[in-house]
Design a protein around this ligand. Structure first.
Ligand code: MRU
Length: 332
């Protein structure tokens, strides 16, 4: 991804391997501080996934793969490392997909690099496939961050927007701020500003207002897509999908095939991560709620397939029915 630093413009991934360690952009510190952290053990990687130094489904897949590579380098039992890494965040399929893939590799470091390269190639393909859906000056709504930070590079939901912009189109992006961790306001806006793509941050509560009046298409990412097309994504996605349908606005989910879970029949079985209430009760260490109030903080919700116009994948734009056919083909 293109990052403007004080004196330079650099092209950098969200996570990579360098000098016998993993390196990652510390996403907790963006947009104001651009810091790269070094991760040297699988335990440190597990902590980086849990505390969201690295985040976004495909990026935590790559983080899981590099965590396994660190375990192999440090002589740690790979099954133990896999258990520790799997216990970090339950919802995104990519983490489990990547760890399982690494367990059958001899040279895990090389396999982890290939895994990261594969994700980036899939995202570039998603960008090309989805760009046709973005017309010139189209008004697009997105939720959370499904950009380069979330996918090693390039993005899923942001990939069609990037490709459309690079081809000379001028889309305008409404970005839900995405409480409580503000991935939209902090990360998606930062990525789009770095690329010079027109956008505005809106409160999560303003999305209905704009879906009724101005938004022409919604594109979001996904953390896990069940075999029937129900999908989990950042909390708040479900209500955006319902309001989009009510207003006749097409609603697309952009995701690589690693996010599809052919073994989960429907979204009812997806495990929803519950994060600390402090993410809701405090903003920047300042308690906004009354002492004595408590908070609930589900990190994801599940949107039924009936609200999805199409899935933008590296294999093309698939309907929920196409998906069933594709998954049946995979299982044979
Ligand atoms: O809690 P996060 O920030 O990891 O949640 C990320 C999302 O919900 C993204 O939309 C999803 O992972 C898709 S990323 C391409």
């Amino acid at each position: 991804m293109r990052v403007k630093t004080e004196n330079d413009v650099v092209d950098i991934r969200a996570i990579w391997w360098e000098n016998d360690s993993a390196r990652a952009i510390d996403q907790r510190r963006l947009p104001h501080d651009f810091e790269v952290v070094t991760i040297s053990t699988h335990d440190q990687m597990a902590e980086a996934i849990s505390n969201m130094t690295v985040r976004g489904a495909p990026t935590i897949g790559a983080a899981g793969a590099y965590g396994m590579a660190l375990a192999q380098k440090n002589g740690v039992d790979l099954d133990d490392a896999a258990s520790a890494l799997r216990a970090t965040r339950p919802t995104a399929n990519d983490l489990f997909h990547a760890i399982d893939a690494m367990l059958s590799e001899d040279d895990v470091r090389r396999a982890a690099d290939s895994y990261a390269d594969m994700i980036v190639a899939q995202c570039e393909r998603i960008g090309k496939v989805g760009a046709d859906l973005i017309d010139n000056e189209m008004k697009v709504l997105t939720h959370c961050n499904a950009g380069a930070l979330a996918t090693v590079d390039f993005g899923t939901a942001l990939a069609p927007i990037r490709v459309a912009h690079r081809s000379g189109k001028k889309p305008f992006i409404f970005i839900d701020e995405t409480r409580p961790r503000l991935q939209g306001a902090k990360l998606t806006a930062w990525e789009l500003a770095n690329e010079g793509i027109e956008h505005a941050i809106i409160t999560d509560n303003a999305a209905g207002y704009y879906l009724k009046s101005e938004v022409e298409i919604v594109v979001v990412g996904a953390d896990r897509i069940a075999a029937n097309g129900d999908f989990a994504n950042k909390i708040g996605t479900y209500e955006k999908a319902v309001v989009a349908k009510e207003n006749g606005v097409p609603f697309y989910v952009a995701a690589p095939i690693s996010t599809f879970d052919p073994f989960m029949a429907s979204g009812d079985a997806i495990v929803i991560e519950q994060r600390t209430p402090n993410e809701v009760l405090f903003i920047n260490s300042f308690r906004v709620a009354a002492d004595g109030s408590r908070a609930l903080n589900p990190s994801f919700d599940v949107t039924p397939a009936k609200f999805v116009t199409g899935f933008i994948t590296e294999q093309g734009v698939l309907s929920a029915d196409d998906l069933k056919g594709y998954i049946a083909g995979q299982e044979k």
